[in-house]
Write a protein that binds this ligand. Structure first.
Ligand SMILES: Nc1nc2c(c(=O)[nH]1)N[C@H]1C(S)=C(S)[C@@H](COP(=O)(O)O)O[C@H]1N2
Ligand SMILES: [Mo]
Length: 540
């Protein structure tokens, strides 16, 4: 008697689990049912210790940069999504293999019951995680829960039956044994099963993806390029004397190129018609404001450079655009806070949150609730419909997708502060070499060949007073500074270096508005933000 092979069982289980994921994806994209693959992963990342997450982020950033895999933020998000799929897939396959071993050991033919039991074991916790808070669903909780549990039960039953079938196909019953026929039956079963599951999986993925593409297109039309502020206005420093060295990054980051960082595997679901900003806590009367209510206030426009505390020196988790919103200082009297209130706790649709002190708001009119970037409503990725802007500090303390503001009477650590990151998260001064324009040489006054070198320098809201470039450990040479878009943005610098052939190392450093020099000592991003000098070596 031949023992039914583990490899057949593995094949059947893997195919069916892929199908389950494909069907979940399809139902999410087409009907808004919870995509448990991401919900479960996001729930897991909330539970894991902050240290481990910081390590995970740092590793991901390092690998992406070492292998040159593209922009850090979108690549990291894809990697996260792949990990989420892997977690569910591996859980399903491991569960399925256990099921198979049990069925094979007992050979009693209770495949359906056992499969149902497996569906319950995996489905109930997944359903509970979804009930606790699904970031992906746009249907009600009950509908979501029934769908998730139902899908797992069907998966379990089909899996149990299929495995039972495999086992019985391998059973040679005494005299009637005809191994050849059995083997053909088995092969036919595997081919049919594999074909059917592959078709469903691929169809689910393709249709789901098409539905998503259509939705995105509709969103694009709404915030189309033509309607952007930058499409019809020159930048305020258009006439600045210093022009960027060719190859320097764009001074004004196009919306689709702005980095994006957030805690969930996917975007929160926000229904624009139902969205309200809720104001509660230590207030005379709780308020709900619509976006239109907020837009009745005098709008405030600020050119802002935002950066992520996980940005490595010279990394791309930094961007500049024009932010529009309402100053919180201006809004404050209308919130009618009680006298005991000292802080505002700002909560987001993805359960992210941060606390801002009233003192800070009273001292700084630039702190603002933002609803537009580059003159169009915030893109979904960037916090539609409302996010906050707080000058001088990293993105980790600036919630997107704001849903409520609660007035409280004490400070509290925010989402990332709770997980061990710096309490203040002030942006360090940083400078980056974007380009050494070896193909762009110019001829200087004394007929010498000059190589334009350039990049950015940024020190939060503190300004940049000086940038210097060093070549091969020689003297520090002062670079030219372009007038920035505002006091809150990066500054473009440029230095024309007298060409010399050979291998050279270029290093840049900057000074803050008050003359303090950039921290040269290298330190990693966690937990205070990266420091150190950016340099670039090349052979000319
Ligand atoms: N609701 C919410 N807001 C958030 C985050 C988040 O995960 N959830 N991430 C923060 C972090 S760490 C950064 S760096 C900025 C990034 O903003 P961006 O994605 O628009 O560039 O958003 C901040 N606001
Ligand atoms: Mo961040």
């Amino acid at each position: 008697m031949r023992r039914p092979g583990i490899s057949d069982a593995l094949f059947v289980t893997a195919m069916l689990t892929a199908t389950l994921i494909g069907v979940f994806f399809f139902a999410w994209r087409v009907a808004g049912l919870p995509f448990v693959v991401f919900d479960t992963f996001d729930w897991l990342t909330r539970l894991l210790p902050g240290r481990l997450i910081a390590f995970g982020i740092a590793t991901m950033v390092t690998v992406i940069r070492l292998l040159n895999l593209g922009p850090i933020s979108s690549t990291a998000k894809m990697a996260e999504q792949a990990m989420a799929i892997a977690v569910l897939f591996i859980s399903g396959v491991v569960g399925g293999l256990v099921l198979f071993l049990i069925l094979r050991a007992f050979r009693k033919g209770h495949g359906v019951i056992a499969g149902l039991a497996l569906g319950v074991v995996l489905g109930i916790p997944t359903m509970l995680i979804g009930l606790h808070g699904s970031g992906t669903a746009s249907v009600g909780r009950a509908a979501g829960a029934i769908w998730v549990l139902g899908a797992f039960l069907v998966w379990g039953v089909v899996l149990g039956r299929a495995q039972q079938r495999l086992i019985s196909l391998e059973k040679t019953d005494d005299a009637a044994a005809d191994l050849g026929v059995k083997r053909i039956d088995r092969r036919r079963f595997l081919v049919q099963f594999g074909g059917a599951t592959a078709v469903i999986t691929v169809a689910g993925a393709v249709v789901g993806e098409l539905a998503e593409a259509r939705r995105r297109e509709a969103v694009m039309m709404a915030g189309g390029e033509a309607m952007r502020w930058s499409a019809t206005h020159p930048l305020p420093n258009a006439n600045a004397a210093v022009q960027p060295a060719p190859g320097t990054r764009l001074e004004f980051t196009p919306l689709e190129r702005h980095y994006r960082i957030d805690i969930n595997t996917t975007l929160p679901n926000i229904d624009e018609r139902q969205w309200r900003l809720r104001i509660a806590g230590l207030v005379e009367t709780p308020l709900t404001l619509t976006l239109q209510d907020l837009q009745l206030y005098e709008p405030m426009h600020q050119f802002v450079t935002l950066s992520c505390i996980s940005n490595p020196v010279g990394g791309d988790l930094i961007g500049t655009t024009r932010w529009t919103g309402v100053s919180l200082q201006r809004l404050l009297p209308d919130l009618r806070l009680k006298t005991g209130a000292t802080h505002l706790k700002i909560r987001s649709a993805d359960q992210f949150f941060e606390v801002v002190s009233l003192d800070a708001i009273q001292a700084d009119p630039r702190i603002m609730l933002t609803y537009s970037w580059d003159g169009v409503p915030l893109k979904q990725e960037h916090g539609y419909p409302l996010r906050i802007y707080i000058p001088d500090i990293h993105g980790m303390k600036q919630p997107k997708w704001i849903e409520s503001i609660e007035a409280i009477d004490r400070w509290e650590p925010g989402y990332w502060v709770q997980r061990g990151w710096n309490e203040v998260a002030q942006m360090h001064a940083t400078s980056v070499i974007d380009t050494v324009g070896v193909d762009m040489t110019i001829i200087g006054a004394d007929r010498r060949k000059l190589v334009p070198i350039g990049g950015i320098a940024h020190a939060g809201a503190r300004g940049i007073s000086k940038v210097e470039v060093q070549v091969d450990g020689g003297p520090w040479q002062q670079a030219e500074l372009r007038t920035p878009l505002s006091q809150l943005t990066w500054v473009i610098w440029k230095y024309d270096w007298p060409f010399q052939s050979g291998k050279h190392t270029f290093t840049v450093r900057c000074y803050e508005g008050n003359g303090a020099s950039q921290i040269a000592k290298p330190s990693p991003a966690a937990p205070n933000g990266a420091t150190g000098l950016n340099s670039r070596s090349m052979t000319l």
